[in-house]
Design a protein around this ligand. Structure first.
Ligand SMILES: [Zn+2]
Ligand SMILES: [Zn+2]
Length: 306
């Protein structure tokens, strides 16, 4: 498994088609799994992607439209059957607990793990989760109901040891963990060997921005500036730009324009309206604005760090 990768489980819009499922993704950071949105059928796609349910501890819901959260009950119920232990935290708008708790109490009474809700405020940009490997922040979006995207920022890893220099200075093995974390080496005679002589800088940390349902908004630019990968919804093409405004969605061209303005490494588009039989129309329009654009598809794996 890669150190940082995205698995696309569903990338269609609200109305499912024979080709696409409602929105859901799994971000894998150093073997910890984070689900982003949980549209219907997410649990089946999860298994199809050969992901391990026991590694899933956090689910982030961008907004309370059914195509982003109707898969929760099925998934949580199956996690119970799969022997998941510990805790699952659902990060979502405060209404989520009011809506889902009674249903979970009814259907998932015997779930052998704790289900906890973390109420987030979609209108503010804040860190809502952090551990040694990653921090997750909200990105306020403009949609018909309170909605946010999520920015995954990998923590900087350890420095890389230089074997030749460790040998040269006779650094004992038990000192190496501290040196990887940036400490100098103090030899038995009191000589200080600076860390920069013994190590090379860590591999650069990566960042992934997920922008769920939203109308075109340049206000997100500061949050997505320079990310390695941006996922941005592209529900419509140029033909339906007016409709994108009335439904608070984006066109593929608009998503790509934002990607270009923010100088991101790569853009992945999804949340396709069922009116498009062939999304290559959307891809062509996006690539006119930003060449490094790809279409999302169910089963797609995007590796940010091998
Ligand atoms: Zn949606
Ligand atoms: Zn929506």
């Amino acid at each position: 498994m890669s150190r940082f990768e995205i698995n696309i489980l569903g990338c269609g819009a609200a109305k499912p088609t024979l080709k696409h499922l409602p929105t859901s993704q799994v971000v894998n950071v150093r073997d910890k799994l984070f689900m982003v949105d949980c549209g219907e059928n997410a649990q089946v796609s999860f298994c199809r992607a050969r992901l391990n349910m026991n590694r899933l501890g956090h689910i982030f819901i961008s907004h309370l439209h059914g195509d982003h959260c109707f898969g929760l009950f099925g998934l949580l119920s199956t996690m119970g059957l799969s022997g998941h232990t510990g805790e699952v935290v659902i990060h979502a708008h405060p209404d989520a607990e009011k809506l889902f708790r009674p249903l979970l109490d009814y259907f998932c009474r015997e779930t052998p793990f704790e289900i906890r809700f973390n109420a987030i405020s979609p209108s503010s940009a804040e860190a809502i989760y952090t551990d040694r490997s990653v921090t997750v922040r909200t990105i306020p979006l403009k949609h018909r109901v309170p909605t946010c995207g999520f920015l995954f920022e990998e923590a900087e890893g350890d420095r890389h040891l230089r074997g030749d220099m460790l040998d040269f200075y006779h650094v004992p093995t038990y000192c190496r963990t501290a040196i990887k974390q940036g400490e100098d080496y103090v030899a038995p005679d009191g000589t200080v060997v600076r860390n920069e002589l013994l190590t090379l800088p860590p591999t650069p940390a990566v960042r992934y921005a997920y922008c769920s349902d939203t109308m075109y908004s340049e206000r997100i630019l500061p949050y997505i500036e320079g990310v390695d990968v941006l996922y941005h919804e592209a529900t419509y093409g140029d033909d339906a730009e007016a409709m994108s405004r009335t439904t608070f969605h984006s066109t593929a061209r608009q998503a790509a324009r934002l990607a270009r303005m923010a100088s991101v490494g790569k853009l992945i588009i999804g949340h396709y309206s069922s009116r498009y039989r062939d999304e290559n129309v959307l891809l062509a329009q996006a690539q006119e604005e930003f060449a490094h654009t790809q279409l999302a598809y169910e089963g797609m794996k995007v590796v940010l760090k091998p």
